[in-house]
Every structure is written in C-alpha cells, then in structure tokens.
Design a protein around this ligand. Sequence first.
Ligand code: HEC
Length: 256
Amino acid sequence: MKNLALALAAGSLAWFGLPPPRVPPQPRLGQLVALVQDIREDYYEASEVGTAQAHRHVTESADAVVALARGEPEAADLVAPLEQFRADVRRQVQPPRIAAQANALVTRLAVQRRIATSPPQPPNLHRASMLYGAICAACHGAAGRDGNAAAFMSPRPTDLVADGNINPLSPFRVFEAITYGMAGTAMPSFELVPENDRWSLAFYVFTLRGGACAGPRPQVSIEQLATTTDSVLAAEYGERNLPCLRRFPDAVSEAP
Ligand code: HEC
C-alpha cells in the first residue's frame, strides 16, 4: 500500500529525524477498512442465521473496530461514526442499513485517506501460482481446497473454490485478508510479503475455479476488477465472461 505507507511515514516522528517513541503509533487504517468490510459481510450472515452467538460475534467485531479507531490518532474523526455504527449493530437494525453505513465508512477511509484499493502494477499470476504453492497450499490445498494441514484447524481454512465463499469476496478484500490475517483463526498475516506479490496472490485466488476463456474479454479496468465480487461481475458481464476477467485481469497486455 504505497499511499498508506506514505501516510504512516508522514505520521511518524521518525519523519522528523527524532527517535521513534517506545510504542510507536500504529496507523492501521487499512485494517480498519478490512474490519468494517468483515462486519458488513458477517452482519448479513448473522441476521440470516439469527442466533445469539452469530450476533455476538458481529458485536464483538464492532467493539474491536471502535477500539482500534480510538487508539489510532489518524482515525480520530471516525470514532463518532464508528460508535454510531456499533450502536446500530447492537440494535440489530436492518442489514441494508448496516451495509450502507459500512460502505460510507469504507469510502471515507479508503478514498479520502487514499488507501490503495487496487494494485500498483498489474498482477503477475504466474508468479502468484508459485507463491501460492509455497505459502498458502499447505492450508488451502494446491487446488483451493483440502490442504494437508487443514484438518487440525478450527475454523478450517476457507475452501477457495466454493461459490458461497468466493462470491462475496473481491481481490481487495482478499488482499486485506492476506495482509492482516484473520483474527481468531489460523489465517496468518503476510504483511512481510511484498505488496505486489500480495496483490498477485489476491487476484490468483479468483482463478482457482478455472473455467474456459473463449474471449473477447469485456473491457473492465483493473481498479474495478480489484474491488468487485464475482457475483457482481457475473451479473454485469455474464457468467461466461467471468473466467476471462479473472484469468486475464490486465486487459491491456494479456487479453486473449
Ligand atoms: C496456517 C494456515 C493458513 C495459511 C498458511 C493460509 N491461510 Fe488463508 N485461511 C486460513 C483459515 C483457517 C481461514 C478461515 C478463516 C475463517 O473461517 O474465518 C483462511 C481464510 C482465507 C480466506 C478467506 C478470507 C475471507 O475474508 O473470508 C482467503 C481468501 C485466504 N485465506 C487466502 C489465503 C492465501 C492467498 C494464503 C497464502 C498467501 C493463505 N490464505 C494462507 C488458514 C490459512
């Protein structure tokens, strides 16, 4: 996240040549974006499931997001709207209202703070396939399901080819999962993997389901592909164009 990194540098004392404080501020704005997006998805699920436990899980996430914002000076202006958001989550208002609030918050965080929501360079899917084999396959399986290590985990690693798991996700969302990991699960943070590789991995995940690409590929920008879910792409461009869009995300150099 080039822009986020700049924001981090600008906000830190090291920028002014002073020694870093013992507990440096951690402007985790990207993580805030990821958490708010999680809540948006989990809230729909929780209201479908309807159990107290499902709802408690979402309320806890809303608590976590408020706590994160309170501890983050750069997010000071977001504390009040996030508290309102949490209050609505607790009151169990209608899911579309929560979704609208979550979208507005994400826009404020991602767009106004210039957190990049698409890759700085076109993803390199060939490189990503090798990286995936090296650092993801043990848990998620080489083909996206049933990794060797999976049996010992609870929750189990997400099946990355099942419609129900992938359809609600965008590459940006997967990028954030790879970057920050998923609290309370075995999904680790890969923050130390270079940003380009994390983006390539995020796009690669959407190719695991395969499917033939007969072309011609609809013109869709990389920015749009990065933030759009499979279900929305299929609805807008037709199910049969999905494999082309996902396998050749860089329309300029790689379109068939
Ligand atoms: C140590 C095991 C482990 C490794 C290694 C691992 N994951 Fe995961 N991953 C998990 C688990 C467990 C979950 C399920 C979390 C849940 O159910 O909430 C998960 C969830 C996910 C999800 C779903 C995210 C969402 O928002 O629902 C994606 C996508 C994903 N992993 C991709 C990857 C990629 C790409 C890599 C390699 C860079 C990777 N994972 C490496 C264990 C792992």
